[in-house]
Design a protein around this ligand. Structure first.
Ligand code: ADP
Ligand code: MG
Length: 462
C-alpha cells in the first residue's frame, strides 16, 4: 500500500490496489480509437494509481488533460470498465517531465497549487448514476420522489437530507440530482471526506480564503456521507459556516448520511438542528421485488452496453435476490460475479452453480448471532441449551457457557451487557470473566484451542 493512502490527518483515502494490466488496456484503446488518435493522445496516458472504484491517470499537460476529458473521457471509462466493472470514475494528474514523478508527495504539493484545479477532478459526476438507472421500489420511492422534486423546486426543501444504510442508493440519488441540475446551476458535489481533505490542505497552505470562496459560490451544494464529520471539531466548525453562508444566499443543499440527524453522535447540536431543518427522507432495506427489478435492469444494461446476451434463469435471479439481504451494492457485486462466471464458461447457470460460485462471498458476509452461537455450542458439547444457560455452576455446563460468551464477544458486535442479558440475565462482569478465562485457556490448552476452532468453523459454514 502506498504511504500516501493511509491515514493522513484523519483523512481516510481508499486503499490502492493493482489488478489492471495497463498494456492490455492500451491495446484495446488502439483498437477502439484507431491508430491516429491512439498515437497522438492515448498512448501518452499512464496509469498512476488504481483503486477499487477509480483510477488516477497521468497526462503530460493541462491542455492534454482538458482535451482528453472533453473528447474521450466517456469512452475511456467505458473501455477500462470492461476490464474492471467496479470502476466508476477517472481522475487525472499532470505529470511534467524533468520532475521526480516518483515522489508523489512533493509532486502533489507543487502541482496542486490551486484548490480549484484539484477539486475539478473530484467534482465530476458519474454519468451513469442518473434517475433513469435508479430503480424505484417501496423502500426508496419517497427518497426518489423528493430527489426529483428538489430539482424542480430549488430551495423548497432545504436542506434535503437523505439517509439510509450502506449500499442502498444514497450516492446514486445525490449524483442523479447533480446531473439533473447541471450545467444550469453551479453544482458542487463532494463527499464529506473530500471536503475535509481540501480543508486540511488549505490550512497547511495558508489558503483558506480560496477554500471558502470556492465552496461558498456554488448554487447547489451536494455533500455525501456527512457522518464523516463526527468527532472532528474543526471540520464541523468550517462546515457550519459554509452551510450557513450557502443557506443565506439561497443555495440548495443536499446531504446524505448513514443515519438520521439526531443519531449523529459527536456532532454539534447546532449542526444537527440545521441538518434536520429542511426535509429528512430515508431509504429502507430493499424488498425482493426491488432486488429482482434491479437484477433485470442490470442484465439489460449489460446487453445494451456490451452487445452481449447474458441469460439467467428466474430461479437463479430469485436465488441471488434472496441471498443478498440488505445491500444493493452487494447484490450488484454478486450479480457481476455470476455473470463473469457464465461468460467464462459460456453456459446457462443453475442455482447449484451459483451456490458454488458464491460460497466464499456469503461466508464472509454471514451474520452470526448470539442465538446461533448458543445453539451451536450446546450441540457441540451435547448439552441441552436451557441447562447451558441455567445458573448451575458445574464445570460441564460452565465451560461451554463461557465458551459461548467468549464467542459472542468475538464474533458479534453485541456489547458485554447485551451478551450478559442473553445469557439468562447475567452481569457484564461475568461475561468479562468468561472472555478472559477462555482467552487464557485457548492459549494454554490445545484441546480448548481445537474445540474453539471447530465451533468457529461450524458457525461459519452453516
Ligand atoms: P450508498 O451511497 O447508499 O452506500 P450507492 O448509491 O453507492 O449506495 O449504491 C450502491 C450501488 O447500488 C450503486 O452501484 C448504485 O448504482 C446501486 N443502486 C442502489 N440503489 C439502486 C436502485 N434503486 N436502482 C439501481 N441501482 C441502485
Ligand atoms: Mg455512498
Amino acid at each position: 500500500m502506498d504511504k500516501n493512502n493511509i491515514k493522513k490527518q484523519n483523512v481516510y483515502i481508499s486503499e490502492e490496489e493493482k489488478t489492471l494490466n495497463w498494456e492490455d488496456i492500451q491495446n484495446s484503446f488502439k483498437k477502439t480509437f484507431g491508430n491516429e488518435i491512439y498515437t497522438s493522445w492515448l498512448e501518452k496516458i499512464s496509469l498512476e494509481k488504481e483503486y477499487n472504484d477509480y483510477l488516477i491517470l497521468g497526462v503530460p499537460t493541462r491542455f492534454f488533460r482538458d482535451w482528453i476529458v472533453s473528447r474521450y473521457l466517456d469512452k475511456i471509462l467505458e473501455q477500462v470498465k470492461s476490464f474492471k466493472l467496479s470502476l466508476n470514475r477517472i481522475e487525472f494528474k499532470i505529470i511534467e517531465e524533468n520532475k521526480n514523478t516518483n515522489d508523489f508527495k512533493i509532486d502533489e504539493l507543487n502541482k496542486v497549487t490551486q484548490i480549484k484545479d484539484s477539486i475539478l477532478n473530484y467534482n465530476r459526476l458519474n454519468n451513469s448514476l442518473n434517475f433513469e438507472s435508479f430503480v424505484k421500489g417501496k423502500s426508496n420511492e419517497i427518497a426518489l420522489s423528493y430527489s426529483k422534486k428538489v430539482c424542480e423546486h430549488l430551495s423548497r426543501y432545504n436542506p434535503l437530507y437523505i439517509c439510509g444504510g450502506v449500499g442502498l442508493g444514497k450516492t446514486h440519488l445525490l449524483n442523479a440530482i447533480g446531473l439533473e441540475l447541471q450545467p444550469e446551476n453551479n453544482v458542487m458535489f463532494i463527499s464529506a471526506e473530500r471536503f475535509m481533505y481540501h480543508f486540511i490542505k488549505s490550512i497547511k497552505k495558508n489558503d483558506m480564503v480560496n477554500f471558502k470562496d470556492f465552496f461558498r459560490k456554488s448554487s447547489v451544494f451536494i455533500i455525501d456521507d456527512i457522518q464523516f464529520i463526527r468527532g472532528k471539531e474543526s471540520l464541523q466548525e468550517e462546515f457550519f459556516h459554509t452551510f450557513n453562508s450557502l443557506m443565506d444566499k439561497g443555495s440548495q443543499i443536499i446531504i446524505s448520511a448513514d443515519r438520521i440527524p439526531i443519531k449523529l453522535d459527536r456532532v454539534q447540536e447546532r449542526i444537527k438542528s440545521r441538518l434536520a431543518g429542511g426535509l429528512v427522507v430515508d431509504i429502507e432495506v430493499p424488498d425482493l421485488e426491488l432486488k429482482t427489478k434491479i437484477i433485470n435492469k442490470k442484465l439489460l444494461e449489460i446487453q445494451n452496453q456490451f452487445k452481449e446476451n447474458i441469460q439467467l434463469n428466474d430461479d437463479v435471479i430469485n436465488y441471488i435476490a434472496n441471498e443478498s439481504k440488505t445491500n444493493i451494492r452487494e447484490l450488484i457485486g454478486i450479480l457481476n460475479r455470476v455473470i463473469a462466471f457464465s461468460r467464462v464458461h459460456n453456459k446457462i447457470l443453475s442455482v447449484n452453480d451459483c451456490k458454488n460460485i458464491l460460497k466464499d462471498v456469503f461466508s464472509q458476509t454471514k451474520v452470526i448471532t448470539v442465538d446461533k452461537i448458543q445453539n451451536v455450542v450446546s450441540n457441540f458439547f451435547n448439552i441441552p441449551l436451557n441447562e447451558m444457560l441455567s445458573q448451575r455452576r458445574s464445570r460441564p455446563l460452565a465451560r461451554p457457557r463461557q465458551i459461548a460468551m467468549y464467542l459472542a464477544k468475538k464474533m458479534t458486535t453485541r456489547s458485554l451487557p447485551e451478551i450478559g442479558r442473553r445469557f439468562a440475565n447475567r452481569d457484564h462482569t461475568t461475561v468479562i470473566h468468561a472472555v478472559k478465562t477462555i482467552t487464557r485457556l485457548s492459549e494454554q490448552d490445545d484441546e480448548m484451542k481445537k474445540n474453539i476452532n471447530q465451533i468457529k468453523s461450524l458457525l461459519l459454514d452453516q
